[in-house]
Design a protein around this ligand. Structure first.
Ligand SMILES: *Cc1c(COP(=O)(O)O)cnc(C)c1O
Length: 415
């Protein structure tokens, strides 16, 4: 009989097991023992991001993607300025979703030509800021398009626009759907021809489309299907465009494994398909390029969230490790960031112990939601030991309610 457990092992990730440790069994980050990195930032709780791991991930994507495909970073995944600066030298562009993210992207030295500005409900002042910066707007509604058209006329500077499309289908296995059915994002696909004709009679500079089905997808086939259908949709509007589009932004959504059973995304299947689409695009619309904008996939696996055990507490036979970090700094790891079913993130103690134990790891907040790990088997922890949550480089600090219960803010460093 086939050994199904071993085949499963090959394509599911044992993230905690795979992370490098030194001979003493201490976790390493950027080649440095974790305890040293923690001392360097002044203690716990902290987020530590591994520079080299981010570089390696971008290099892997580059090695698989055709040179004609632009690789963009979605700043909302992790807007830490130093990290954004680091990525400015590695990727072709940034996608921002607020005026403050726009400032971070510009400060990092990314050319405004290569910055796109997405997000529903952009205010007049934000549109003005984007126009003055010279970035590309991913226009999310008829209101935004008209506001930009009048600003362009008033200032004599044509706004650069791409239409963000609310696709007529959903990406089934995405954990956060961004398209299909009624949505606050993008312009319903059936209204796109009318928007194209508005652009034609305006002072706007039309540059292309933004089509993004959903986030955190681990199934290559779903991504491939969504990209194919998005491509066909754009081709169906070809006759109605004011001019040939320069860019087809197919969004992000490449997932990373979190739970023990999660299969690693078959990246090569997705990039092979993108490369084929890119060749087709060169024939269909010479000079136009495909862009992808990835957030989680670029930075998610490069980050650790580190806290210290304050107290070992036994309650009716169950061990609780109470740590100095929690849901207020890492909402996603507590299972409260859009997850339907709570699953533990991969976790481990910072160093190897002599024995294992089963414990739950909780934060200091006065709510049962403040749970970082539910009944996990780990090396036995003592008070003062470091506890690590892996896969914490994306949607961590900035996606957490840091004021809830009024504890101090979390430190961050790029190591
Ligand atoms: C959030 C977002 C992304 C990034 O999604 P990931 O799942 O982190 O890759 C890309 N584009 C837009 C418009 C987004 O809102």
């Amino acid at each position: 009989m086939m050994d199904t457990t071993s085949t499963l092992q090959q394509d599911t990730a044992d993230v905690a097991q795979a992370w490098p440790r030194n001979r003493d069994g201490d976790l390493l980050i950027g080649g440095m023992p974790l305890s040293q990195a923690v001392s360097r930032v002044g203690g716990t709780p902290c987020y530590l991001y591994d520079r080299a791991a981010i570089e390696a991930r971008v290099a892997q994507l580059r090695s698989l993607l055709s040179d004609r495909i632009e690789l963009h970073y979605a700043v909302k995944a992790n807007p830490m300025p130093a990290l954004v600066c680091h990525l400015a030298r590695l990727v072709d562009g940034f996608d921002v979703a607020s005026a403050i993210e726009l400032g971070v992207a510009l400060d990092a030295g990314m050319s405004p030509k290569q910055i796109s500005f997405a997000g529903p409900g952009k205010k007049e002042a934000e549109l003005m800021q984007g126009l003055a910066s010279g970035v590309l707007f991913n226009v999310e509604s008829a209101r935004e398009l008209r506001a930009l058209a009048s600003m362009s006329e008033a200032t004599g500077h044509p706004a650069r626009v791409a239409l963000r499309v609310n696709l007529p289908f959903e990406a089934k296995s995405s954990s956060m759907k961004m398209s299909g059915g009624p949505r606050q994002f993008g312009i319903d696909s059936e209204l796109i021809p009318a928007m194209l004709s508005e652009i034609k009679s305006s002072h706007l500079q039309f540059e292309g489309f933004h089509l993004f089905a959903g986030s955190q997808n681990l199934r290559a086939q779903t991504l491939v299907d969504a990209q194919s259908r998005s491509y066909e949709l754009v081709m169906s509007w070809l006759d109605q465009m004011p001019q040939a589009p320069r860019i087809l932004n197919l969004g992000g959504g490449f997932g990373i494994p979190y739970a023990p059973g999660d299969k690693v995304l078959d990246l090569a299947s997705v990039t092979d398909h993108l490369n084929a689409l890119s060749e087709r695009l060169e024939r269909d619309i010479p000079g136009a390029r495909i862009a992808i904008e990835l957030g989680r996939f670029i930075v998610g696996e490069a980050g650790l969230y580190v806290s210290s055990v304050i107290e070992r507490k036994l309650s009716r036979g169950h061990t609780f490790l109470i740590v100095d970090g929690g849901m207020h700094q890492h909402l996603a790891a507590s299972g409260n960031f859009g997850q339907c079913i709570r699953k533990n993130y991969p976790v481990a103690m910072g160093h190897r112990g002599r024995e294992k134990e089963m414990a739950s790891v909780v934060g200091p907040l006065c709510t049962p939601l403040d749970l970082l790990a539910d009944r996990v088997e780990m090396d036995r922890a003592e008070e003062g030991d470091l506890f690590v949550v892996f896969q914490s480089g994306a949607y961590g600090r900035s996606a957490s309610p840091r004021d809830f219960l009024s504890h101090p803010d979390v430190r961050e460093a790029l190591i």
